[in-house]
Design a protein around this ligand. Structure first.
Ligand code: C5P
Length: 401
């Protein structure tokens, strides 16, 4: 189950015997693809050690509100912003009371006040405490504030009683957590995206390249992550920071880009070639800087670069493959030719003769071309367009699977 790919979950643990199950819950959330940060109340540490949860989550465990070292790392406000979901399991009667009355007197309650992420509680307590009218008032108050309750279940309790108040099993909590996220159109899929220009060296200080900014490829990578995909961004040299929640592999030449693209291709579901790959490279790279000569004309010998997207599309483990066609005239006709020649599933055509869209601009307008259809998307920011393109690519991919 990879239903939580890229999701950032704060697992709050409060004091109760069911805290031992939080270790298994951490493991399950991680296994479903989530990045988990554990926050414990002081009484939770009486039931299970922070070290166990640190080892299972792979992240430091957060314990105190007023800890200068911890705040210097990831403080309570940063943690609150980081979370896509705050899950508290087990949630004790005392914690629910403090949350209901708006307390912010420890790290976990403060974080709940500060976060805009959904909050889910898995209550765990003795059946009489659960039935108590004070607890029930708190439950109703929390529900009215859009806090979601998972359970509690009913059955035999650690204290020997039988009745409602048992924490749900970790598997159920992990499943309910995954359901909190609208299932993304690329949930659990792996997407490789090439972006930016390539640099083809002539000598140690010179190269042949182009003006591609990488913005479109980077926006597509972000949109694919938003749609739930695991993304490998294979990027030529650009002036863009490495985006969060994905793996970025930096390359220089077309040959490097091809190597990075073919690596683990069997794991790739969708390949999107947004890079502006140099068509040719110098036949030889001079070991030393080429000196200025007396001749007026200098000849360069170039050799064709491998076509990365065509190599991927015709590979034995070929994924659903999407290319770009940047044209200055007869855009649709050339795009269709490329779709056919390179054996692509989709091609995204854009007119780069216009200076208001394309290469270095923040906006773009494109036509998505398949073997049988052509759909124009109106001019929009590269970010907005990327979201629409990813939605269309996912639709077509899912229809063909
Ligand atoms: O043939 P042309 O360069 O116009 O094709 C553009 C499409 O092919 C883009 O998707 C680009 O990323 C990809 N391409 C490639 N390897 C090349 C040349 C282009 O992957 N050597």
């Amino acid at each position: 189950m990879q239903r939580l790919t890229n999701k950032q979950i704060i697992l709050g643990i409060t004091g109760g015997i069911a805290a031992y199950k939080s270790a298994e819950l951490t493991r399950l959330l991680k296994g479903a693809g989530a990045d988990v940060r554990v926050v414990m109340t002081p009484s939770a540490t009486e039931f299970i050690t922070p070290l166990t949860l640190q080892a299972l989550s792979g992240n430091p465990v957060h314990l105190h509100l007023l800890d200068a070292d911890a705040e210097a790392g990831m403080g309570h406000i940063e943690l609150a912003k980081w979370a896509d979901l705050v899950l508290i399991a087990p949630a004790s009667a005392n914690f629910m009371a403090r949350l209901a009355s708006g307390h912010g007197d420890d790290l976990l309650t403060t974080l709940c006040l500060a976060t805009e992420a959904p909050i889910c509680l898995a209550p765990a307590m003795n059946q009489a405490m659960w039935r108590d009218s004070g607890t029930q008032d708190n439950v109703n108050l929390l529900k009215s504030r859009d806090v979601t309750l998972f359970g509690p279940g009913s059955g035999e309790q650690a204290c020997g009683d039988t009745g409602p108040g048992r924490m749900l099993e970790p598997e159920q909590i992990a499943m309910l957590s995954a359901e909190q996220f609208e299932s993304g159109s690329l949930s659990g899929k792996t997407v490789f995206i090439t972006a930016g220009p390539t640099r083809e060296p002539l000598d140690p200080v010179r190269y042949i390249s182009n003006h591609s900014s990488g913005k479109m490829g980077y926006a597509l990578a972000e949109a694919a992550v938003e749609a739930g995909a695991k993304v490998k961004l294979i990027s030529g040299p650009v002036n863009l920071p490495a985006p969060a929640r994905m793996e970025r592999i930096s390359v220089e030449s077309a040959e490097d880009m091809l190597t990075a693209s073919l690596q683990d291709l069997n794991l790739c579901d969708i390949f999107i070639a947004a890079a502006a790959v140099a068509d040719y490279r110098p036949t030889a790279v001079s070991e030393h800087k080429i000196k200025k000569g007396t001749e007026e004309i200098m000849e360069l010998h170039l050799v064709k670069n491998p076509d990365i997207v065509a190599t991927v599309a015709t590979h034995p483990s070929n994924p659903f493959t999407v290319g770009f066609a940047a044209e200055t005239r007869d855009v649709l006709e050339y795009a269709r030719g490329k779709l056919d020649r390179k054996k692509l599933d989709l091609i995204i055509a854009n007119d780069v003769s216009r200076s208001d869209i394309g290469f270095n601009s923040d906006e773009n307008a494109v036509t998505i071309v398949s073997k049988t259809t052509a759909e124009s998307l109106p001019q929009a920011s590269k970010r907005q367009l990327a979201t629409r393109l990813i939605a269309r690519i996912a639709e077509q991919y899912n229809a063909e699977k």
